[in-house]
Design a binder for this molecule. Structure first.
Ligand SMILES: OC[C@H]1O[C@H](O[C@H]2O[C@H](CO)[C@@H](O)[C@H](O)[C@H]2O)[C@H](O)[C@@H](O)[C@@H]1O
Length: 532
Protein backbone atom coordinates (compact mmCIF):
# COMPACT_ATOMS: atom_id res chain seq x y z
CA UNK A 1 0.00 0.00 0.00
CA UNK A 2 1.20 3.55 -0.63
CA UNK A 3 3.33 4.97 2.16
CA UNK A 4 2.63 8.61 2.92
CA UNK A 5 5.76 10.70 3.32
CA UNK A 6 6.54 12.44 6.55
CA UNK A 7 4.74 15.76 6.37
CA UNK A 8 5.11 17.16 9.85
CA UNK A 9 6.87 20.52 10.08
CA UNK A 10 6.21 20.91 6.38
CA UNK A 11 5.03 24.47 6.42
CA UNK A 12 6.40 27.90 6.88
CA UNK A 13 4.40 28.70 9.99
CA UNK A 14 6.22 25.92 11.83
CA UNK A 15 9.27 28.14 12.02
CA UNK A 16 7.53 31.06 13.61
CA UNK A 17 8.17 30.00 17.16
CA UNK A 18 11.46 28.17 17.12
CA UNK A 19 15.09 28.89 16.56
CA UNK A 20 17.10 27.42 13.75
CA UNK A 21 18.72 24.46 15.54
CA UNK A 22 15.73 23.47 17.62
CA UNK A 23 14.45 20.76 15.33
CA UNK A 24 12.30 19.00 17.86
CA UNK A 25 10.44 15.92 16.68
CA UNK A 26 13.03 14.96 14.08
CA UNK A 27 15.40 14.18 16.89
CA UNK A 28 13.33 11.32 18.30
CA UNK A 29 13.86 8.61 15.67
CA UNK A 30 13.90 5.06 17.01
CA UNK A 31 15.06 6.18 20.44
CA UNK A 32 13.31 3.40 22.33
CA UNK A 33 15.31 0.97 20.26
CA UNK A 34 12.25 -1.19 19.71
CA UNK A 35 12.50 -3.00 16.39
CA UNK A 36 9.19 -4.27 15.09
CA UNK A 37 9.02 -7.14 12.60
CA UNK A 38 8.42 -4.55 9.92
CA UNK A 39 11.50 -2.54 10.99
CA UNK A 40 13.57 -5.72 10.67
CA UNK A 41 12.16 -6.40 7.22
CA UNK A 42 12.93 -2.81 6.11
CA UNK A 43 16.46 -3.01 7.58
CA UNK A 44 17.10 -6.12 5.46
CA UNK A 45 15.84 -4.34 2.36
CA UNK A 46 18.00 -1.30 3.12
CA UNK A 47 21.17 -3.37 3.54
CA UNK A 48 20.85 -4.89 0.03
CA UNK A 49 23.36 -3.61 -2.51
CA UNK A 50 21.38 -0.79 -4.09
CA UNK A 51 24.38 1.13 -5.41
CA UNK A 52 26.75 -1.05 -7.48
CA UNK A 53 26.09 -0.36 -11.16
CA UNK A 54 23.47 2.28 -10.38
CA UNK A 55 23.29 6.00 -11.09
CA UNK A 56 23.41 7.63 -7.63
CA UNK A 57 21.94 11.05 -6.87
CA UNK A 58 25.45 12.51 -6.57
CA UNK A 59 28.96 11.16 -6.98
CA UNK A 60 32.59 12.11 -6.50
CA UNK A 61 32.58 14.22 -9.65
CA UNK A 62 29.62 16.34 -8.69
CA UNK A 63 30.13 16.37 -4.90
CA UNK A 64 33.75 15.49 -4.11
CA UNK A 65 34.63 14.37 -0.61
CA UNK A 66 31.09 13.87 0.65
CA UNK A 67 29.05 11.89 -1.87
CA UNK A 68 29.90 8.68 0.03
CA UNK A 69 28.20 10.11 3.12
CA UNK A 70 25.16 11.93 1.77
CA UNK A 71 24.26 10.20 -1.48
CA UNK A 72 25.13 6.50 -1.14
CA UNK A 73 27.06 4.01 0.98
CA UNK A 74 26.98 1.96 4.18
CA UNK A 75 26.71 4.81 6.67
CA UNK A 76 23.64 6.19 4.92
CA UNK A 77 22.17 2.69 4.85
CA UNK A 78 22.91 2.15 8.54
CA UNK A 79 21.28 5.44 9.58
CA UNK A 80 18.19 4.57 7.58
CA UNK A 81 18.09 0.95 8.75
CA UNK A 82 18.04 1.89 12.45
CA UNK A 83 15.69 4.82 11.73
CA UNK A 84 17.98 7.28 13.44
CA UNK A 85 15.60 10.16 12.80
CA UNK A 86 11.87 10.23 12.28
CA UNK A 87 12.47 12.16 9.05
CA UNK A 88 15.06 10.62 6.69
CA UNK A 89 16.04 14.14 5.59
CA UNK A 90 17.44 15.05 9.02
CA UNK A 91 20.61 12.97 8.69
CA UNK A 92 21.54 14.14 5.20
CA UNK A 93 21.22 17.75 6.39
CA UNK A 94 23.72 17.26 9.24
CA UNK A 95 27.19 18.74 8.60
CA UNK A 96 30.28 16.71 9.45
CA UNK A 97 32.23 18.07 12.41
CA UNK A 98 35.22 20.34 11.92
CA UNK A 99 38.34 18.76 10.36
CA UNK A 100 36.39 15.76 9.06
CA UNK A 101 35.82 14.73 5.47
CA UNK A 102 33.61 12.06 4.00
CA UNK A 103 36.49 9.64 3.59
CA UNK A 104 37.62 9.99 7.21
CA UNK A 105 34.08 9.41 8.47
CA UNK A 106 33.46 6.44 6.20
CA UNK A 107 36.79 4.81 7.10
CA UNK A 108 35.99 5.23 10.79
CA UNK A 109 32.51 3.81 10.27
CA UNK A 110 33.73 0.76 8.35
CA UNK A 111 36.43 0.06 10.93
CA UNK A 112 33.93 0.26 13.78
CA UNK A 113 31.04 -1.55 12.12
CA UNK A 114 32.27 -4.31 9.78
CA UNK A 115 29.14 -6.42 10.34
CA UNK A 116 26.00 -6.48 8.21
CA UNK A 117 23.94 -3.30 8.32
CA UNK A 118 20.82 -5.10 9.56
CA UNK A 119 22.76 -6.27 12.65
CA UNK A 120 23.51 -2.74 13.82
CA UNK A 121 21.53 -1.18 16.60
CA UNK A 122 20.14 2.30 17.08
CA UNK A 123 22.28 3.32 20.06
CA UNK A 124 25.62 2.43 18.43
CA UNK A 125 24.77 4.21 15.19
CA UNK A 126 23.45 7.21 17.11
CA UNK A 127 26.65 7.45 19.18
CA UNK A 128 28.77 7.29 16.01
CA UNK A 129 26.71 9.92 14.19
CA UNK A 130 26.64 12.28 17.18
CA UNK A 131 30.42 11.97 17.49
CA UNK A 132 31.03 12.83 13.84
CA UNK A 133 28.17 15.16 12.88
CA UNK A 134 26.72 18.49 14.02
CA UNK A 135 23.01 19.14 14.19
CA UNK A 136 21.08 19.79 10.98
CA UNK A 137 20.75 23.36 9.80
CA UNK A 138 23.80 24.70 11.67
CA UNK A 139 25.50 25.79 8.46
CA UNK A 140 22.68 28.24 7.75
CA UNK A 141 22.67 31.58 9.52
CA UNK A 142 19.54 33.55 10.33
CA UNK A 143 19.72 36.93 8.63
CA UNK A 144 18.08 40.33 8.30
CA UNK A 145 16.28 41.47 5.21
CA UNK A 146 17.34 45.12 4.85
CA UNK A 147 14.51 45.97 2.45
CA UNK A 148 11.77 44.53 4.67
CA UNK A 149 9.02 46.97 5.61
CA UNK A 150 6.42 46.13 8.29
CA UNK A 151 3.72 47.88 6.31
CA UNK A 152 4.26 47.79 2.52
CA UNK A 153 2.17 50.34 0.62
CA UNK A 154 0.85 47.92 -1.97
CA UNK A 155 -0.48 45.52 0.64
CA UNK A 156 -2.19 48.35 2.54
CA UNK A 157 -4.09 49.19 -0.64
CA UNK A 158 -5.92 45.84 -0.71
CA UNK A 159 -9.63 46.67 -0.20
CA UNK A 160 -10.86 43.40 1.23
CA UNK A 161 -9.87 43.35 4.90
CA UNK A 162 -9.42 39.57 5.06
CA UNK A 163 -7.10 39.51 2.05
CA UNK A 164 -5.28 42.57 3.36
CA UNK A 165 -4.64 40.92 6.73
CA UNK A 166 -3.57 37.72 5.02
CA UNK A 167 -1.07 39.61 2.86
CA UNK A 168 0.23 41.50 5.90
CA UNK A 169 0.64 38.26 7.86
CA UNK A 170 2.57 36.82 4.96
CA UNK A 171 4.76 39.90 4.86
CA UNK A 172 5.55 39.36 8.53
CA UNK A 173 6.79 35.84 7.81
CA UNK A 174 9.57 36.95 5.43
CA UNK A 175 11.87 38.04 8.24
CA UNK A 176 11.64 34.64 9.89
CA UNK A 177 12.58 32.82 6.72
CA UNK A 178 15.73 34.71 5.79
CA UNK A 179 18.85 32.51 5.59
CA UNK A 180 22.45 33.05 4.61
CA UNK A 181 24.92 30.24 4.01
CA UNK A 182 27.69 30.34 6.60
CA UNK A 183 31.09 31.15 4.99
CA UNK A 184 32.54 27.86 6.27
CA UNK A 185 30.46 26.08 3.59
CA UNK A 186 32.40 27.95 0.92
CA UNK A 187 35.74 27.23 2.59
CA UNK A 188 35.22 23.58 3.56
CA UNK A 189 32.51 22.29 1.21
CA UNK A 190 33.49 18.67 1.89
CA UNK A 191 31.83 18.76 5.31
CA UNK A 192 28.40 19.80 4.07
CA UNK A 193 25.51 18.62 1.94
CA UNK A 194 24.47 22.27 1.52
CA UNK A 195 25.51 24.27 -1.56
CA UNK A 196 27.24 27.57 -1.04
CA UNK A 197 25.39 30.58 -2.51
CA UNK A 198 26.68 34.13 -2.03
CA UNK A 199 23.53 36.05 -1.05
CA UNK A 200 20.82 35.72 1.55
CA UNK A 201 17.55 34.13 0.49
CA UNK A 202 14.09 33.13 1.73
CA UNK A 203 13.41 29.45 2.44
CA UNK A 204 10.08 27.60 2.35
CA UNK A 205 10.48 26.80 6.08
CA UNK A 206 9.92 23.83 8.37
CA UNK A 207 12.04 20.85 7.26
CA UNK A 208 12.87 22.73 4.08
CA UNK A 209 15.88 24.65 5.39
CA UNK A 210 17.48 25.33 2.03
CA UNK A 211 16.32 27.01 -1.18
CA UNK A 212 13.83 25.20 -3.42
CA UNK A 213 13.71 25.96 -7.09
CA UNK A 214 10.05 26.37 -7.97
CA UNK A 215 9.07 27.64 -4.49
CA UNK A 216 11.41 30.56 -5.15
CA UNK A 217 9.24 31.73 -8.06
CA UNK A 218 6.26 32.33 -5.75
CA UNK A 219 8.46 33.60 -2.95
CA UNK A 220 9.89 36.19 -5.35
CA UNK A 221 6.41 37.22 -6.49
CA UNK A 222 5.50 37.69 -2.83
CA UNK A 223 8.68 39.65 -2.12
CA UNK A 224 7.98 41.93 -5.05
CA UNK A 225 4.44 42.53 -3.75
CA UNK A 226 6.12 43.53 -0.46
CA UNK A 227 8.37 45.85 -2.48
CA UNK A 228 11.47 43.83 -1.52
CA UNK A 229 13.25 44.11 -4.82
CA UNK A 230 16.77 43.80 -3.34
CA UNK A 231 15.94 40.46 -1.71
CA UNK A 232 14.28 39.26 -4.91
CA UNK A 233 17.41 40.23 -6.83
CA UNK A 234 19.63 38.35 -4.36
CA UNK A 235 17.59 35.21 -4.88
CA UNK A 236 17.78 35.49 -8.65
CA UNK A 237 21.55 36.08 -8.47
CA UNK A 238 21.97 33.00 -6.26
CA UNK A 239 20.25 30.89 -8.90
CA UNK A 240 22.48 32.38 -11.59
CA UNK A 241 25.48 31.42 -9.45
CA UNK A 242 24.13 27.87 -9.16
CA UNK A 243 23.58 27.59 -12.93
CA UNK A 244 27.15 28.70 -13.53
CA UNK A 245 28.41 26.11 -11.01
CA UNK A 246 26.27 23.14 -11.99
CA UNK A 247 24.86 23.88 -15.45
CA UNK A 248 21.29 23.73 -14.15
CA UNK A 249 19.18 24.46 -11.08
CA UNK A 250 18.83 21.44 -8.80
CA UNK A 251 15.53 20.70 -7.02
CA UNK A 252 16.87 22.30 -3.84
CA UNK A 253 20.05 23.62 -2.27
CA UNK A 254 21.74 20.34 -1.34
CA UNK A 255 24.00 17.87 -3.10
CA UNK A 256 21.46 15.05 -2.89
CA UNK A 257 19.32 17.06 -5.32
CA UNK A 258 22.09 17.17 -7.95
CA UNK A 259 20.49 14.78 -10.39
CA UNK A 260 17.10 16.43 -10.64
CA UNK A 261 15.61 19.85 -11.09
CA UNK A 262 12.14 21.28 -10.53
CA UNK A 263 9.68 23.01 -12.92
CA UNK A 264 11.75 25.51 -14.96
CA UNK A 265 10.80 28.89 -13.55
CA UNK A 266 14.13 30.73 -13.58
CA UNK A 267 13.29 32.80 -16.68
CA UNK A 268 9.82 33.61 -15.24
CA UNK A 269 11.50 34.72 -11.95
CA UNK A 270 13.83 37.07 -13.77
CA UNK A 271 10.92 38.31 -15.88
CA UNK A 272 8.89 39.12 -12.73
CA UNK A 273 11.89 40.89 -11.22
CA UNK A 274 12.47 42.90 -14.38
CA UNK A 275 8.79 43.87 -14.73
CA UNK A 276 8.89 45.21 -11.16
CA UNK A 277 12.21 47.08 -11.45
CA UNK A 278 13.12 47.62 -15.14
CA UNK A 279 16.65 46.75 -14.06
CA UNK A 280 18.00 46.32 -17.58
CA UNK A 281 21.60 45.79 -16.43
CA UNK A 282 20.69 42.71 -14.41
CA UNK A 283 18.53 41.46 -17.28
CA UNK A 284 21.44 41.84 -19.68
CA UNK A 285 23.80 40.12 -17.25
CA UNK A 286 21.43 37.17 -16.71
CA UNK A 287 20.27 36.50 -20.27
CA UNK A 288 23.06 33.99 -21.14
CA UNK A 289 22.51 32.17 -17.83
CA UNK A 290 18.78 31.88 -18.49
CA UNK A 291 19.58 30.44 -21.89
CA UNK A 292 22.02 28.00 -20.33
CA UNK A 293 19.37 26.81 -17.91
CA UNK A 294 16.75 26.23 -20.60
CA UNK A 295 19.36 24.42 -22.68
CA UNK A 296 19.75 21.96 -19.80
CA UNK A 297 16.10 20.99 -20.27
CA UNK A 298 16.44 20.82 -24.03
CA UNK A 299 19.50 18.60 -23.87
CA UNK A 300 18.53 16.40 -20.94
CA UNK A 301 14.77 16.21 -20.69
CA UNK A 302 13.52 16.19 -24.28
CA UNK A 303 11.99 13.27 -26.11
CA UNK A 304 11.22 12.87 -29.82
CA UNK A 305 7.96 11.21 -30.72
CA UNK A 306 5.85 10.65 -33.80
CA UNK A 307 2.07 10.95 -33.56
CA UNK A 308 -0.15 10.74 -36.66
CA UNK A 309 2.94 10.91 -38.86
CA UNK A 310 4.07 14.15 -37.30
CA UNK A 311 7.34 14.44 -35.35
CA UNK A 312 7.39 16.32 -32.08
CA UNK A 313 10.01 17.25 -29.51
CA UNK A 314 8.45 17.38 -26.06
CA UNK A 315 9.72 17.45 -22.47
CA UNK A 316 9.55 15.15 -19.47
CA UNK A 317 10.33 15.15 -15.77
CA UNK A 318 13.01 12.46 -15.90
CA UNK A 319 16.00 12.15 -13.61
CA UNK A 320 18.63 9.57 -14.49
CA UNK A 321 19.35 8.71 -10.86
CA UNK A 322 17.96 5.30 -9.94
CA UNK A 323 18.78 4.88 -6.25
CA UNK A 324 16.57 5.83 -3.28
CA UNK A 325 16.36 9.57 -2.60
CA UNK A 326 18.63 10.10 0.46
CA UNK A 327 16.16 12.55 2.05
CA UNK A 328 13.42 9.90 1.73
CA UNK A 329 15.60 6.78 1.70
CA UNK A 330 13.56 4.63 4.05
CA UNK A 331 10.34 5.66 2.38
CA UNK A 332 11.60 4.78 -1.12
CA UNK A 333 12.97 1.40 -0.07
CA UNK A 334 9.64 0.68 1.61
CA UNK A 335 7.72 1.65 -1.52
CA UNK A 336 9.86 -0.83 -3.47
CA UNK A 337 9.53 -3.63 -0.88
CA UNK A 338 7.47 -5.91 -3.16
CA UNK A 339 9.68 -5.38 -6.20
CA UNK A 340 12.37 -8.08 -6.24
CA UNK A 341 13.99 -7.57 -9.61
CA UNK A 342 16.82 -5.01 -9.31
CA UNK A 343 16.12 -3.53 -12.76
CA UNK A 344 12.50 -2.96 -11.81
CA UNK A 345 13.52 -1.54 -8.44
CA UNK A 346 15.82 0.94 -10.16
CA UNK A 347 13.05 1.91 -12.55
CA UNK A 348 10.83 2.58 -9.53
CA UNK A 349 13.49 4.70 -7.79
CA UNK A 350 14.02 6.65 -11.01
CA UNK A 351 10.27 7.31 -11.21
CA UNK A 352 10.10 8.45 -7.58
CA UNK A 353 12.94 10.91 -8.19
CA UNK A 354 11.33 12.10 -11.40
CA UNK A 355 8.05 12.74 -9.60
CA UNK A 356 10.01 14.83 -7.08
CA UNK A 357 11.41 16.77 -10.05
CA UNK A 358 7.84 17.62 -11.07
CA UNK A 359 7.34 19.48 -7.77
CA UNK A 360 3.98 17.65 -7.43
CA UNK A 361 5.72 14.67 -5.89
CA UNK A 362 3.38 11.70 -5.66
CA UNK A 363 0.22 12.68 -7.44
CA UNK A 364 -2.14 9.97 -8.68
CA UNK A 365 -1.54 11.72 -11.99
CA UNK A 366 1.63 9.65 -12.32
CA UNK A 367 0.25 6.27 -11.20
CA UNK A 368 -0.54 3.54 -13.75
CA UNK A 369 -3.51 2.40 -11.66
CA UNK A 370 -4.41 5.92 -10.47
CA UNK A 371 -4.04 5.01 -6.80
CA UNK A 372 -0.89 3.04 -5.88
CA UNK A 373 2.46 4.75 -5.43
CA UNK A 374 4.50 1.73 -6.55
CA UNK A 375 2.81 1.84 -9.99
CA UNK A 376 4.35 5.25 -10.61
CA UNK A 377 5.25 5.73 -14.30
CA UNK A 378 6.05 9.41 -14.75
CA UNK A 379 8.94 8.62 -17.14
CA UNK A 380 6.29 7.35 -19.61
CA UNK A 381 4.34 10.59 -19.43
CA UNK A 382 4.52 13.90 -21.27
CA UNK A 383 3.24 16.38 -18.66
CA UNK A 384 1.16 19.37 -19.73
CA UNK A 385 2.59 21.71 -17.08
CA UNK A 386 6.27 21.13 -17.89
CA UNK A 387 5.70 21.63 -21.61
CA UNK A 388 3.66 24.76 -20.97
CA UNK A 389 6.51 26.10 -18.79
CA UNK A 390 9.04 25.36 -21.56
CA UNK A 391 6.79 27.28 -23.95
CA UNK A 392 6.77 30.21 -21.49
CA UNK A 393 10.57 30.13 -21.22
CA UNK A 394 10.92 30.42 -25.00
CA UNK A 395 8.58 33.38 -25.09
CA UNK A 396 10.29 35.10 -22.16
CA UNK A 397 13.73 34.58 -23.73
CA UNK A 398 12.49 36.25 -26.91
CA UNK A 399 11.15 39.12 -24.80
CA UNK A 400 14.40 39.44 -22.83
CA UNK A 401 16.52 39.57 -25.97
CA UNK A 402 14.08 42.11 -27.37
CA UNK A 403 14.58 44.30 -24.28
CA UNK A 404 18.34 43.92 -24.08
CA UNK A 405 18.84 43.70 -27.83
CA UNK A 406 20.46 46.52 -29.63
CA UNK A 407 20.21 47.55 -33.16
CA UNK A 408 21.59 46.42 -36.44
CA UNK A 409 25.33 46.45 -36.99
CA UNK A 410 25.47 47.58 -40.61
CA UNK A 411 23.68 47.92 -43.91
CA UNK A 412 24.48 45.44 -46.62
CA UNK A 413 22.79 45.66 -50.02
CA UNK A 414 20.26 48.08 -48.52
CA UNK A 415 19.30 45.56 -45.82
CA UNK A 416 19.98 46.11 -42.17
CA UNK A 417 22.18 43.37 -40.76
CA UNK A 418 21.17 42.60 -37.20
CA UNK A 419 23.42 41.00 -34.73
CA UNK A 420 23.50 39.32 -31.36
CA UNK A 421 20.46 39.78 -29.24
CA UNK A 422 18.14 40.87 -32.01
CA UNK A 423 18.73 37.65 -33.87
CA UNK A 424 18.22 35.71 -30.65
CA UNK A 425 14.95 37.54 -30.07
CA UNK A 426 13.65 36.31 -33.42
CA UNK A 427 15.11 32.84 -33.04
CA UNK A 428 13.44 32.34 -29.66
CA UNK A 429 10.19 33.80 -30.96
CA UNK A 430 10.20 31.34 -33.86
CA UNK A 431 10.92 28.48 -31.46
CA UNK A 432 8.06 29.65 -29.28
CA UNK A 433 5.57 29.84 -32.19
CA UNK A 434 6.51 26.41 -33.48
CA UNK A 435 6.37 24.92 -29.99
CA UNK A 436 3.03 26.58 -29.29
CA UNK A 437 1.55 24.88 -32.37
CA UNK A 438 3.06 21.52 -31.50
CA UNK A 439 1.91 21.88 -27.89
CA UNK A 440 -1.65 22.50 -29.02
CA UNK A 441 -1.66 19.42 -31.27
CA UNK A 442 0.01 17.25 -28.67
CA UNK A 443 -1.99 18.11 -25.57
CA UNK A 444 -5.32 19.73 -26.44
CA UNK A 445 -8.21 17.24 -26.40
CA UNK A 446 -11.18 18.96 -28.04
CA UNK A 447 -13.80 16.47 -26.72
CA UNK A 448 -12.70 17.12 -23.16
CA UNK A 449 -12.06 20.87 -23.63
CA UNK A 450 -8.64 20.95 -22.03
CA UNK A 451 -4.94 20.15 -22.18
CA UNK A 452 -4.08 16.72 -20.81
CA UNK A 453 -0.95 14.65 -20.10
CA UNK A 454 -0.01 12.20 -22.86
CA UNK A 455 1.10 8.66 -22.02
CA UNK A 456 3.85 7.47 -24.34
CA UNK A 457 3.16 3.79 -23.66
CA UNK A 458 -0.61 3.70 -24.01
CA UNK A 459 -0.36 6.50 -26.61
CA UNK A 460 -3.37 8.20 -25.08
CA UNK A 461 -4.29 11.21 -22.97
CA UNK A 462 -5.28 11.06 -19.32
CA UNK A 463 -8.44 13.16 -19.40
CA UNK A 464 -9.04 13.08 -15.64
CA UNK A 465 -9.17 16.57 -14.18
CA UNK A 466 -5.93 17.97 -12.73
CA UNK A 467 -5.21 21.64 -12.14
CA UNK A 468 -2.22 21.26 -14.46
CA UNK A 469 -4.76 21.82 -17.22
CA UNK A 470 -4.65 25.52 -16.25
CA UNK A 471 -0.90 25.98 -16.74
CA UNK A 472 -1.11 26.65 -20.53
CA UNK A 473 -3.57 29.46 -19.79
CA UNK A 474 -1.04 31.05 -17.46
CA UNK A 475 1.88 30.65 -19.85
CA UNK A 476 -0.31 31.57 -22.82
CA UNK A 477 0.79 28.56 -24.78
CA UNK A 478 -2.27 28.77 -27.06
CA UNK A 479 -3.72 31.19 -29.57
CA UNK A 480 -5.03 33.95 -27.29
CA UNK A 481 -7.49 35.05 -29.97
CA UNK A 482 -9.28 31.71 -29.69
CA UNK A 483 -11.72 32.76 -26.96
CA UNK A 484 -14.08 29.87 -27.78
CA UNK A 485 -11.37 27.47 -26.65
CA UNK A 486 -10.55 29.30 -23.42
CA UNK A 487 -14.27 29.57 -22.59
CA UNK A 488 -14.50 25.84 -23.19
CA UNK A 489 -11.65 25.19 -20.74
CA UNK A 490 -13.31 27.45 -18.16
CA UNK A 491 -16.66 25.66 -18.58
CA UNK A 492 -14.96 22.28 -18.27
CA UNK A 493 -13.43 23.38 -14.97
CA UNK A 494 -16.72 24.77 -13.72
CA UNK A 495 -18.49 21.53 -14.64
CA UNK A 496 -15.87 19.66 -12.61
CA UNK A 497 -16.68 21.80 -9.56
CA UNK A 498 -13.22 23.37 -9.50
CA UNK A 499 -14.53 26.76 -8.35
CA UNK A 500 -16.65 25.43 -5.47
CA UNK A 501 -13.92 25.78 -2.86
CA UNK A 502 -12.04 28.51 -1.04
CA UNK A 503 -8.86 27.26 -2.77
CA UNK A 504 -8.58 25.33 -5.99
CA UNK A 505 -8.32 21.54 -5.90
CA UNK A 506 -5.28 20.05 -7.60
CA UNK A 507 -7.26 16.91 -8.30
CA UNK A 508 -10.49 15.16 -7.30
CA UNK A 509 -9.33 11.89 -5.83
CA UNK A 510 -9.36 10.01 -2.56
CA UNK A 511 -5.66 9.26 -2.59
CA UNK A 512 -4.26 11.91 -0.28
CA UNK A 513 -0.66 10.81 0.04
CA UNK A 514 1.31 13.91 -0.52
CA UNK A 515 1.62 17.59 0.00
CA UNK A 516 0.24 18.52 -3.35
CA UNK A 517 -2.97 16.50 -3.10
CA UNK A 518 -6.55 17.67 -3.04
CA UNK A 519 -6.79 21.06 -1.33
CA UNK A 520 -3.47 20.30 0.33
CA UNK A 521 -0.63 22.22 -1.19
CA UNK A 522 -2.46 23.35 -4.29
CA UNK A 523 -1.21 26.86 -3.47
CA UNK A 524 1.31 27.10 -6.27
CA UNK A 525 -1.03 25.81 -8.95
CA UNK A 526 -3.90 27.91 -7.55
CA UNK A 527 -1.77 30.99 -7.94
CA UNK A 528 -1.22 30.04 -11.56
CA UNK A 529 -5.00 29.85 -12.03
CA UNK A 530 -5.65 33.20 -10.40
CA UNK A 531 -3.15 34.76 -12.79
CA UNK A 532 -4.97 33.49 -15.89
O1 LIG B 1 11.42 15.35 1.11
C1 LIG B 1 10.48 14.97 0.17
C2 LIG B 1 10.39 15.92 -0.98
O2 LIG B 1 10.30 17.24 -0.48
C3 LIG B 1 10.31 18.28 -1.42
O3 LIG B 1 9.06 18.41 -2.05
C4 LIG B 1 8.07 19.20 -1.44
O4 LIG B 1 8.56 20.39 -0.87
C5 LIG B 1 9.20 21.29 -1.76
C6 LIG B 1 9.63 22.47 -0.94
O5 LIG B 1 8.54 23.19 -0.47
C7 LIG B 1 8.25 21.69 -2.89
O6 LIG B 1 8.97 22.40 -3.85
C8 LIG B 1 7.65 20.46 -3.55
O7 LIG B 1 6.65 20.88 -4.46
C9 LIG B 1 7.03 19.59 -2.48
O8 LIG B 1 6.47 18.46 -3.08
C10 LIG B 1 11.39 18.13 -2.47
O9 LIG B 1 11.24 19.11 -3.47
C11 LIG B 1 11.37 16.77 -3.09
O10 LIG B 1 12.36 16.63 -4.06
C12 LIG B 1 11.57 15.78 -1.95
O11 LIG B 1 11.71 14.51 -2.46
Amino acid sequence: SPLPETVENDNASAVTTRSIDDTDANRVGNELNVQTAEDKEIAKLIEADLFTGSIPVCDENSAPGRSMVYCSGRLLQAVMAVKLHEDSKTFVDRPMKENLTGQIVIDAFNAKFPQNISQLNYSDVKAFVDEHFDLEGQELDICDLPDWNPSPTLLNLINDSKYREFAQDLNAIWIQLCRKVNPMVEHEPERFSLFYVPYSFVIPGGRFREFYYWDAYWIIKGLLASNMTATAKNMVLNFAYIVEQHGFIPNGGRIYYLKRSQPPLFAPMVYEYYEATHDIETLRQLAPTIEKEINFWMQNRSVSITVDNQNYTMYQYRTLANTPRPESFREDVTTARNVNNITEKRKLFQNLGSAAESGWDFSSRWFADGKTLSTIQITDILPVDLNAFICYNMRILSFIYGETGQTFTSFRKNRAIFSGDTIKKDAWYNSFRKFQDDFQKMFYVANSSGWFDYNLKSRSHNVDFYLSTAVPLFTQCYDVLNTRMTEGVYNMMQKNGVFNFAGLPTRFVEYLDSRNSFLGDSRKISNIMSNC
